[in-house]
Design a protein around this ligand. Structure first.
Ligand code: COA
Length: 280
């Protein structure tokens, strides 16, 4: 395991039979268990650097973001609950004015994650609140354990979500549910989050790691070029009116016919072989 800072640990897992060779899945672990992995400026900066490094490293095929599990308590200490990320670090909000906070939120970690061209998975065990739910929303896919909880409780701090939550929740869940979550700040248990489509998959805590890795390896087995095209085509639906979106998809689809990987994929299917992608 390599670490950029102690508060963001980065592990690279080799993709078996990777095409092109050398592919890895990166696991980013937010590691501030004493504060339920709350995002302070150190973690935010480390996340932005990790995004920059992963985007520029062709070997990185898929990124998983998770929160570190709390250690067993010392002596009489209370066991800390499991957390993905319990929000932005509220202690950093004290006595800050709009100008100071804007500097930090204008070039932010949520947008850096959202703008990654590669597939991202949030692997969630425990609280995913406020800025933590926004990290999950900035990822492409979300897997959560049955003991996880979601919410945007910023309203209770005299705030609203500031990491894209009002926009991404509305796009993901629809206007009605997003409005309810943002206005009430209520915590939603995992089974309800699964029911409303906030998470893609639900599992027991012991199954989270294998289920997340299984999904990551599935995504890593695709052409690294084509999966980026797939990601940006689906994303285009968030921005474009339908007719323009369909045209955009057609342009992307047709452009794939000039790639080596389309020829490789189609021929592999016809020959009943596994495609050995070139990545272009
Ligand atoms: N920012 C800073 N510190 C946080 C935090 C956050 N978002 N969330 C939790 N912590 C800290 C607590 O202050 C506490 O620190 P301490 O042990 O030094 O006192 C530690 O993490 C453990 O949290 P605690 O509140 O004692 O755990 P709990 O099991 O009683 O409650 C929560 C868990 C998640 C319900 C509660 O911590 C909470 O409401 N957190 C804030 C959620 C929030 O509003 N997030 C949105 C922020 S934008």
């Amino acid at each position: 395991m390599s670490d950029m800072t102690d508060s963001l640990l980065i592990e690279r897992i080799e993709v078996e039979n990777s095409f092109p060779a050398g592919g890895v899945v990166e696991i980013w672990t937010i590691n501030r268990t004493d504060k339920l992995n709350a995002l302070n400026s150190e973690v935010m900066n480390a996340l932005k650097s990790a995004c920059n490094a992963a985007e520029n490293d062709d070997d990185v095929r898929v990124i998983i973001i998770r929160g570190a599990s709390p250690p067993a308590p010392d002596g009489d200490e209370r066991q800390k609950p499991a957390a993905f990320v319990a929000g932005a670090d509220i202690s950093e909000f004290v006595e800050k004015n709009s100008k100071q906070i804007r500097n930090e939120f204008e070039d932010d970690a949520w947008e850096a994650i959202w703008n990654l061209s590669k597939p991202t998975i949030a692997s969630i065990d425990g609280f995913a609140l406020g800025g933590g739910s926004e990290v999950a929303l900035s990822c492409d896919l979300r897997i959560a354990t049955t003991r996880s909880n979601f919410g945007t409780p910023e309203i209770n701090l005299g705030l609203i979500p500031g990491g894209g939550g009002t926009q991404r929740l509305t796009k993901l869940l629809g206007y009605g549910k997003a409005m309810e979550m943002v206005m009430t700040g209520d915590i939603i248990p995992a089974n309800e989050a699964y029911r409303i489509g906030l998470v893609n998959r639900l599992c027991e805590p012991d199954d989270l790691q294998p289920m997340t890795m299984g999904l990551a390896m599935n995504l890593a087995s695709k052409s690294p070029h084509t999966i980026k095209v797939a990601k940006r085509a689906v994303r285009a639906a968030l921005e474009l009116p339908m007719a323009e979106g369909v045209k955009y998809e057609r342009d992307e689809f047709c452009a794939l016919f000039d790639t080596e990987d389309k020829e490789i994929g189609v021929n592999a299917f016809l020959n009943r072989e596994r495609p050995e992608w070139k990545g272009n």
